[in-house]
Design a protein around this ligand. Sequence first.
Ligand code: RIB
Ligand code: CA
Length: 312
Amino acid sequence: MPRPLFIDTDTASDDAVALIIALTHPDIDVVGISVVAGNVPLDMAVQNALYTRDLCASTVAVHAGEAGPIARPLETGQHVHGHDGMGDLGLELTGRAPSGTHAVDALLAAADAHAGQLELVTLGPLSNIARALQRDPALPDRIARMVIMGAVADHIGNQNPVAEFNMWVDPEAVDVVLNSGLAVEFVGWDISRHYAVIEPDEAAELRGLGTALAEFGVDIQRCVSEFCHTETKLAGFDLPDPIAMCYAIDPAVATETRRLNCRVETTSELTRGMVVMDQLGFTGLEPNAVVVTAADRARFLEMLRSALATTP
Ligand code: RIB
Ligand code: CA
């Protein structure tokens, strides 16, 4: 039986490829997609998610959620993924209608319908999840696992020296999640940087698969490719959400994991959003998260290639 999966996303160019991986995978039943502000404002992220869903010939409901962090003003990542979040290619990213059900209501309903089995994958800031936990503190009892694309196990950040973007946008939401009892598993930007950078020749080979999904999945990385070249100094574009999704679907993508105590910085501006991972046990606090610390790049690329080669 396909596993029920609920995806929360701030849909931009890497999120879109992660959605394709999940929506085309035979072992996965995507029972809902909720959208949160992050890479781009909420309405743009909703349209990007709907566009990608339609490209996959899926009818799964897409639910608009929080338009910003639970305790701060929104700061987007449009300088990374483009104004529209999808490479500013001029795609027709308007006019699609999301479900009338709010993201929080949809997540709680999915948790009721698949109690104890539902797997949750988050690809953006955790604002929707925090609001759901505030509404129903017993939610963790019905969620089998929560895979978070977020944080950095090596503490080399992409938003400030020590914080990853998703955690940085809404650190108070991360704090709610880390204190909720949810079974969380972090796939950090360090994993993307080390195992999910797609160099130009590899991008050309992927695009050469010749399917609509392959051409879309590569072309929308146009802006993030430029950002990686000039800012994060990577040898191509990296795909943090897709490698997190591949791990969620097939945990063997991780070759090393650790159980660590994780807490988030919410007061200092210098280290805002840093998820502090107690690797040497200084705090004496119980581990509260699984952290992926190494991955199988070949296994990731095989799953990525298989998804993009699909013609729905
Ligand atoms: O730091 C990378 C994360 O921030 C990814 O999820 C990307 O889509 C952005 O949301
Ligand atoms: Ca994302």
